[in-house]
Design a protein around this ligand. Structure first.
Ligand SMILES: Cc1ncc(COP(=O)(O)O)c(C=O)c1O
Length: 279
């Protein structure tokens, strides 16, 4: 472990010198860098970020709604090419909301004291951050892990096909695009469609990554029936720790908005049951 750290520290130090050593930039002179740490990406909370935080406090809009949130939701939806983007507190919250919405669409509302996926199996990427899979467990479902393939380090379409042979009743797939590399979405979408399954796409690590589908470049975050991105520091973007769930359908987007907009911090109304569409 120690050796690995030294190796990466060395590599990242070199990379940092080449690409992002803000210590040499006089605009960032007040930022104190962490020493002796492995650098994943360099957070730069200054300039616009600082201005927006100051503005939020000055105008009393420290809230889950407001002009800046509306703007980033709209701009993000345009950038990705989907109908709605909904701002939440984290990619984890976005994945829970997306999984819950997909499960309600498939199986209807949960019984009291049961999750929306009670007794249901869900196909999940076997190599990902645990936030992709935890919502399946929160919702009472059983994650069936589908192997990763060598080319992209993401869900293997061949393994997915085999998983459907074994569990033909499965109707939900939760998959991640790791390290900015999209999975093989053409094959995966074809298989999902053939089995009438929905896709929750975890694009937390891949905002800005594109994939060629039917001859057209498509942004990750636009493939799933529900898709999630994150701005946390070790994913792609470092501006802010707020994340989005991005949805396709007009109606679903509105439901998500109505249920999330007025909730403090986590973005959910009902403490026990994070999001209750019946409310
Ligand atoms: C693949 C993946 N999914 C989900 C998440 C969760 O995002 P967040 O940390 O914003 O909750 C992360 C990052 O933490 C991630 O890397």
């Amino acid at each position: 472990m120690h050796l690995l750290n030294v190796y990466y520290r060395d590599r990242f130090d070199k990379q940092r010198q080449k690409t992002m050593d803000f210590r040499k930039d006089s605009r960032f002179k007040e930022i104190v860098p962490f020493e002796h740490k492995v650098w994943l990406s360099s957070p730069t909370m200054h300039g616009d970020e600082q201005r927006f935080v100051d503005e939020a406090i000055r105008t009393n809009w420290v809230s889950t709604i407001g002009a800046n949130i509306n703007t980033i939701e709209r701009e993000l939806a345009q950038y990705i090419g989907c109908q709605h983007a909904v701002a939440l507190s984290s990619g984890t919250a976005a994945l829970h909301l997306a999984t819950k919405l997909a499960a309600e669409r498939l199986y209807g509302r949960a019984k009291p004291n049961e999750g929306t996926l009670a007794g249901k199996r869900v196909f999940c990427s076997d190599m990902t951050f645990d936030a992709s899979v935890n919502p399946v467990a929160y919702e009472g479902g059983e994650a069936v892990f589908v192997d990763t393939e060598r080319d992209t380090w993401n869900m293997d379409p061949v393994a997915l096909e085999k998983a459907f042979e074994q569990y033909p009743d499965v109707k939900l797939i939760v998959l991640a695009h790791l390290y900015g590399t999209p999975g093989k979405m053409a094959e995966i979408k074809r298989i999902a469609d053939a089995h009438g399954a929905l896709i929750v796409e975890d694009a937390a690590e891949s905002l800005g990554a594109k994939y060629k589908l039917d001859g057209k470049w498509v942004e990750t975050g636009a493939f799933g029936d529900y898709s999630c991105i994150s701005f946390i520091v070790f994913t792609e973007r470092t501006e802010d720790e707020r994340a989005k769930t991005v949805t396709y359908g007009q109606e679903t987007g509105q439901i998500a908005h109505e249920n999330c907009a007025f909730c403090p911090y986590t973005g959910f109304r009902d403490e026990q049951n994070w999001l209750s569409l019946a409310a």
